[in-house]
Design a protein around this ligand. Structure first.
Ligand code: ZN
Length: 289
């Protein structure tokens, strides 16, 4: 049984010795870059460009939490036909997994946002960062609860628009080429931060967005209490072959308290597994860059 909480900072602090720590730091620095979480890695870091494209109807912006597939395996069925050539056949799945308006949407390297330049109709500020209203309210509650427990917790990054991601990615392509760019920057339309439902948290110290965040009280707290507020650690330790990203104890995804706690109870290690979706280790070969 692999619960998300088992991916909390356990493995990292167990590494002893300067060499091991150094290697781990180097590896997780890359991991942070892989996830596209580090705000300072791109030429347009810190920009707040409005997203292009039209906004979807606001009337459907309140997808209920706690709905959708359970952690049990869906009944067998024919392949959906829209997967990548190398992805295993997937059973039929609820449409909300594809709907960026839904709190249940799943975005990864095999599942871009549709449309790619989708932007949340409404964003709210949380301590200088933008999130969709549902996630913003939950984040405020989570920050307050952590601080009530004596844990330092802050928002490091929230929503990033298609335009922000595109400029960042294009900058990396221009400087390093497409292959290297994919290692350090998410392609626009493929970043979970574009949903407005992902948030990077930190404690305001030098370990924010770094490997050593895994060893902080803040990381332990969010791994344990995040689901109560609707947030799960989206890229758990050792699941990069499924999620496409190395361990990111700071990157939380809002699902709503019902669905987040259902995921934990199910024992699923990843959102992909919980949703009955195939792994997304990398971009399909034919994906537009
Ligand atoms: Zn992130």
């Amino acid at each position: 049984m692999r619960a998300l909480r088992s991916a909390a900072p356990g493995p990292v602090p167990r590494v002893t010795g300067l060499l091991g720590t150094g290697l781990l730091v180097a590896g997780l620095l890359v991991a942070g870059l892989l996830g596209g979480c580090a705000p300072g890695v791109g030429p347009s870091a810190g920009r707040e460009d409005p997203a292009p494209g039209s906004a979807p109807p606001a009337s459907s912006a309140t997808a209920p939490s706690g709905t959708g597939p359970s952690g049990t395996a869906p009944s067998p069925g024919p392949p959906s036909g829209d997967g990548s050539p190398t992805a295993p056949a997937e059973p039929p799945r609820p449409p909300e997994l594809d709907d960026p308006v839904s709190l249940s949407v799943v975005v990864n390297k095999r599942r871009p946002l549709v449309p790619a330049d989708w932007a949340p109709p409404v964003l709210e500020d949380v301590e200088g960062h933008r999130l969709r209203p549902e996630a913003a309210a939950a984040a405020r509650g989570m920050l307050a609860a952590a601080r009530a427990d004596g844990v330092r917790l802050r928002i490091v990054s929230g929503y990033r628009s298609w335009a922000e991601q595109q400029e960042t990615y294009a900058g990396w392509v221009a400087r390093k080429g497409p292959a290297a760019a994919d290692v350090v920057s998410a392609r626009p339309g493929h970043s979970e931060h574009q949903t407005g439902l992902a948030v990077d948290v930190g404690e305001g110290g030098g370990c924010d967005l770094q490997v050593c965040f895994a060893d902080t009280a803040a990381a332990a707290w969010v791994a344990e209490h995040g689901p109560e507020h609707g947030f799960v650690v989206r890229y758990p330790w050792g699941e990069e072959a499924v999620t496409g990203y190395w361990y990111e104890p700071w990157h939380l995804r809002y699902l709503g308290p019902g669905r987040a706690q259902e995921l934990v109870r199910s024992g699923a290690a990843t959102l992909e597994e919980f949703a009955g979706l195939g792994p997304a280790p990398d971009y399909p070969a034919a994906a537009p860059g």
